[in-house]
Design a protein around this ligand. Sequence first.
Ligand code: ZN
Ligand code: ZN
Length: 265
Amino acid sequence: MLDLHTHSSASDGADAPRELVRQAKERGLKGIALTDHDTCAGLEEAFAAGLELGLWVLPGVELSAEWGDEDVHILGYWISASHRELSDLMLKLRADRASRMARIVGRLRELGLTISLSEVSAQSDGDGYSLGRPHIARALVARGYVRSMSEAFDLYLERGRPAYVPRYKLSPQEAIGAIVRSGGVAVWAHPGHLASQLLLPMVQAGLAGMEVYHPQHDTRQEQALLRLAKYYELVVTAGSDAHSAAALGAKRASLDTWYQLWSCR
Ligand SMILES: [Zn+2]
Ligand SMILES: [Zn+2]
């Protein structure tokens, strides 16, 4: 009945927070956590819509950390957006993301693929801070330089490809620490195959839960993650990672999960 992982146009989602809440209600969900990338800018609108339409909205964020060459995303629930350390960190991550976009566009230009930053922005409804590589990929498709987004990533944008630009490195432990110190509860989003190596230091840093159920996990992975979650006494969560209202509720968590997370505060 709850979707604990959703994105709005405040980061890289397609729908405004209000529309996301409206459609969650329409789909019979009882509540959602809005977990935009590195920003809490959509929360106020989502709260207002939730009050008006009768849907629980849980304040959240998804911080982008890195471990070696791997992306590690940490969900923070009940975080305080005005907490100094967390808001500074989100600002830094977003500023880095913005300058990184300009550098990627520069690299592409050197490769003869001329797109402008405004063409990239045109692929997003967000505020510009929320631009990511998917928007660049869409701009490349729109220009006809590649046939699909996956081709854009495979040829140019993926790590190891010519237009890849690394970003500001935040460790998973730092992300967890900032969430916990702001009064929030930290959950590892879509751990995939990384869990067994990384879990212990993350638990030591204050990790409270693990998103076992995610559209990218297959049954085998879910079972492996369930065992690890049990071993480390982590709350098992579920989320659709919806980047548009159409994907809402693909994975659902129970009310009990919500209470378990709440009791970790
Ligand atoms: Zn993620
Ligand atoms: Zn996400």
